[in-house]
Ligand binder design. Sequence first.
Ligand code: SF4
Length: 450
Amino acid sequence: MNQAKRYYIATFGCQMNERDSEIMGQLLQESSYSATEVMEQADLIVVNTCSVREKAEQKAYSLLGRLKKLKEKNSALVIAVAGCVAQQDGQRLLNRIPHADLVIGPQKIYDLPTLLLGQKGCKTPEVRTGLSPAFAIPAFLPDVTSGSQFKRFVTIMQGCDNFCTYCVVPYTRGREISRTPGDIVAEVAHLAAAGITEVTLLGQNVNSYGLDKATGAETSDLTHFPDLLRAVAAVAGIQRLRFTTSHPKDLSEALMRCFAEIDTLCPHLHLPVQSGSNRLLKLMNRKYTVEDYLDKIARLRGIRPDIAITTDLIVGFPGETDEDFQATMALLEEVRYHGAFSFKYSDRPPARAIAFADKVAEEIKNDRLARLQKRQEEITLEWNRAYVGRTLAVMVEGCGRTTGEQWSGRAPTNHMVNFAGPSGLRPGQIIMVTISEGGPHSLRGSAVMA
Ligand code: SF4
């Protein structure tokens, strides 16, 4: 009997990529491959790349470069490059990584098993990177026998129509394409039936779900994201619902109200602002002003006072002056985010900002990033300390680092909570925890004993 071929997938970048890697893994298993944790033992290595940040792209290329040695030792090894770098670089990627066998863009991952069959006995690398507005994300029921048994990501749309001037996503993932509500609800019901209790709906801009401007299509009468949220929340067994990512310009009053009206929707919103300067927001093509953004934050907090708000920020965008940067620092004080992911701007071809003048010197970017992160860390710590004395519903994720009855889990606000609790807790169980300490990255407390 032939031994099953083994695959190894290395994933870079965002949650969308993590979900795509899960899909590729499942497709491979359905084609008689089995997973291995040891890259050196694999017959197939898939590198699922991300090009949104320079560092992620460099890391993917660095791994691909190192794979040359494995290929020299084992000429039957198949190396597949998937994701945004594959889409963006296509044939050019093969000049840099001639030992790669397959280059597949985000819309082609479902063809992976077929492409592998075509690889048998064939030494010619293949590039499949088209992006079609007519692409329909296939209905796909996730494998529930492996992976997390209590929480999952569910992709609801791919691509982006916004063309922020620093971002490659519309070029690498194409225009917005929504899955049908029927497929999404069926996937969530399948997960719930298997005991999954938390789902996170994923898309580059979930707020514009169902309004696929490139094709003019509306996916059904459930055209708005709030309607989809309600449909998913109605699936029996789903105890926690989250979503990411949101664009501030598309954050509607109806969506804000969901935070008060849907019991299972967790009070956490990641709302990337990118800059506190209206001049830069315009250059970034973000299509809102700081005033619009602050108005939405105030309304949201009026609707759901306990909501935790996090954001993304870019420092050193071309033309950013000290004054612009100070405006971003002032925004931190005004909003007081629970947390922020902050990055230095880097050119990401073919995004338009690559041609913008007045690039900011690296040392200035470093200095601004350090100042911004330091202040945000202080604000995050202040928020975390403010939870001391409160009792939160924590979904158990696993054992803490220390031995004994130490556990870790997530609060509805997405805070990581480490806590002392009884033995025998299981992942996915929700337990009340009284917070005794707020640290820089997590909360600490003790389970409330009945
Ligand atoms: S909204 Fe802007 S930053 Fe986000 S994926 Fe779309 S183009 Fe990129």
